[in-house]
Design a protein around this ligand. Structure first.
Ligand SMILES: [Zn+2]
Length: 102
């Protein structure tokens, strides 16, 4: 599964652009304070869709995680959160509304 690096795109540090990498999850966990992990799922119509799980080194509350705006690594559209935080490090699950239309 793919690892996406995140870059702060505003002064407040709540908007992020993302970019795909060739890093492994092990590398990401050791060296990246925040990253997205891509997952492929099959939707109800049998189409393969990409989902993104946000991971953070630093513990986040659910409220703080909800305040983050993350852009799609493929098309830079704002990702939409579709799944809740699993714990304070494995945060929301996201999808791209634009990529999902194809
Ligand atoms: Zn997209």
């Amino acid at each position: 599964m793919a690892i996406y690096e995140m870059h702060k795109a505003d002064k407040a540090g709540t908007v992020f652009t993302t970019k795909d990498t060739l890093y492994t999850k092990e590398y990401a966990e050791q060296h990246m304070p925040m990253y997205l992990e891509g997952h492929l799922i099959e939707n109800e119509n049998g189409k393969i869709r990409r989902r993104y799980r946000l991971h953070s080194d630093k513990p986040f509350t659910i409220e703080a995680a909800l305040a983050l705006d993350i852009n799609c690594p493929e098309c830079n559209t704002r990702l939409k959160q579709i799944g809740r935080c699993l714990n304070t490090h494995d945060l929301g699950l996201y999808k791209c509304p634009a990529c999902d239309k194809n």
